[in-house]
Design a protein around this ligand. Structure first.
Ligand code: SME
Length: 161
């Protein structure tokens, strides 16, 4: 039985080191991509303060399809290039949005969302999906969060088929 340990009173760098340590333990010995995405979502949602959604979309048949997540029910299919998630796939890089109302084409799955961080999952040159984090707080994510979640994406990919 895995128990997530609360992370309080640390710098962001220390926070993400500890989060990554717990994630490695959580994913160890399992390579199923759906199971690992489900547990990664749960760990992110449980440990990161100020989130209202944390989850995965996977590229299938040329569009993003909803994967495991924590939070309110979300839109199931997103075309490449649409919304923040589709932009991250089209650009093959992380998209950090401090104010979703200022991002043209943002898809509001939850009207409470105010800021968003989307990290592409890249196997070599191929994007296989994204990790998407939403927050009801404006400016919740900064470049330290970006680096931390990019590390999480790398751990997820290395641990999963
Ligand atoms: N806001 C995202 C859509 C996915 S939900 O936030 C879960 C977007 O604009 O791509």
């Amino acid at each position: 039985m895995f128990t997530a340990n609360a992370i309080d009173g640390l710098s962001k760098t220390e926070f993400y080191e500890e989060l990554s340590r717990q994630l490695r333990g959580l994913l160890e010995g399992e390579r199923d991509p759906v199971a690992n995405a489900a547990n990664t979502s749960a760990l992110l949602y449980q440990l990161m303060p100020g989130l209202n959604w944390a989850g995965f979309y996977f590229l299938k048949g040329g569009e993003l399809v909803l994967g495991p997540f924590q939070g309110k029910p979300a839109c199931v299919r997103i075309a490449v290039g649409r919304g923040v998630c589709g932009a991250a796939v089209a650009r093959r890089r992380t998209v950090l949005v401090p104010d979703v109302h200022a991002f043209p084409g943002h898809i509001a799955c939850d009207a409470d969302s105010r800021s968003e961080l989307v990290v592409p999952l890249c196997r070599g040159e191929t994007v296989v999906g994204v990790i998407d984090l939403d927050s009801p707080l404006p400016g919740r994510f900064d470049t330290d969060d970006q680096a931390g979640i990019e590390a999480v994406a790398g751990l997820y990919l290395a641990a999963s088929d």
